[in-house]
Design a protein around this ligand. Structure first.
Ligand code: SF4
Length: 341
């Protein structure tokens, strides 16, 4: 967006932008597809989202030129379920996936419908409808747009989706999901000329390109800070709870660094006891549940908040030291394993 251009200069500006390919119509419309980098640069990507975006933009430009300026429908694509392309906030969204067929793997896209912000400003999360080979997604878009236009051209797309429900769209698209009629092209992703192969590494998006374990450790350190601040403010309940959180989060970081999955606080506390305390990896003068769950036994006094806070600091300090001495350089491996889990 270029602001404050004098109207008299608009034709000149337009011509200059047009000359360098920056004056295509359809900003923020159906023809302006959002895509994450996908397999272009992201190691977590399952499919090529930018290649698909170009293919779909071509479909819109060539076959639905009258919809190029429509803002009733937008399309967003993510190369995997992590959703950096915000596919769940799109009227028509796609995220990368794969389909196995007779020992072979082909690139696929999960289609989601009905997300985004409606004209009244209400937000919606899209619903999953069906997974299709990615090379058939342009045909799926044609079916969706034809059906939409056949019924009520111009209506906000999500109203059309809600009126029919996801089962209807599943039926509309399910012929494209058949895998008994695949041909060689179905095994080659957009923008590629070789057969699709799956591999995984460290991702591009903000959420997963960070070092997961050290990120969680920083979280534990932040909880300690919050505990101290709350203590200073005489908010003893908050201080105690932040101390508790710091210990549980610190334990979680070490469990994840050893590929032990963490779901509940109770599970983390018990697993930490089993994998770190019982095995003498990080000895304590009592069991981990006894240390952490003191908050259930003690009234939230000034004295307890101070003691518990110091214990939490000591515990988190030892967690950091343990991490330092044991595989702090394996973070990328941990992320990969965590992602697969
Ligand atoms: S991790 Fe993010 S950037 Fe990478 S493919 Fe998935 S959604 Fe796209």
């Amino acid at each position: 967006m270029l602001r404050f251009i004098h109207p008299a200069y608009l034709p000149t500006l337009f011509n200059a932008l047009h000359a360098i390919g920056l004056a295509d119509p359809g900003f923020n419309s159906l023809a302006d597809i959002t895509s994450c980098p996908g397999t272009d640069t992201c190691n977590l990507a399952v499919t090529n989202s930018t290649g698909l975006a170009l293919a779909l933009e071509e479909v819109v430009r060539e076959e639905y030129p009258h919809l190029i300026t429509s803002s009733s429908i937008n399309i967003k694509i993510s190369g995997c379920m992590n959703a950096c392309g915000q596919h769940m906030a799109a009227n028509i969204g796609f995220h990368g996936s794969s389909i196995k067929r007779e020992g072979k793997v082909l690139p696929a896209m999960q289609i989601v419908l009905g997300g985004g912000v409606d004209p009244d400003g209400k937000g919606y999360i899209a619903e999953r409808v069906i997974k299709l080979p990615t090379k058939r997604i342009p045909d799926a878009l044609r079916l969706l747009l034809d059906e939409y236009e056949r019924e009520d051209h111009g209506r906000y797309f999500n109203d059309f989706v809600r009126q029919h429900g996801k089962r209807y769209f599943y039926q509309l698209l399910k012929e494209l999901a058949r895998t008994d009629n695949l041909d060689d092209r179905d095994f080659i992703d957009w923008g590629n000329d070789s057969v699709y192969q799956q591999a995984i590494g460290v991702g591009e998006c903000a959420g997963v390109s960070m070092d997961l374990v050290s990120l969680i450790l920083q979280d534990a350190a932040e909880k300690l800070e919050l505990s101290g601040e709350a203590y200073q403010a005489q908010a003893l309940g908050d201080s105690i709870y932040h101390s508790y959180s710091a210990m549980v989060i610190g334990a979680k970081a070490l469990l994840l660094s050893e590929d032990i999955r963490c779901n509940t606080h109770r599970g983390i506390i018990n697993d930490f006891q089993e994998h770190f305390i019982d095995q003498q990896k990080l000895p304590l003068d009592r069991s981990f549940p006894e240390l952490v769950l003191q908050l259930n036994q003690q009234p939230p006094s000034l004295e307890f908040a101070a003691t518990y806070g110091r214990q939490a600091q000591d515990f988190v300090r030892r967690v950091f030291a343990y991490r330092q001495q044991n595989g702090g350089g394996d973070d990328k491996l941990v992320i990969g394993n965590y992602y697969r889990a």
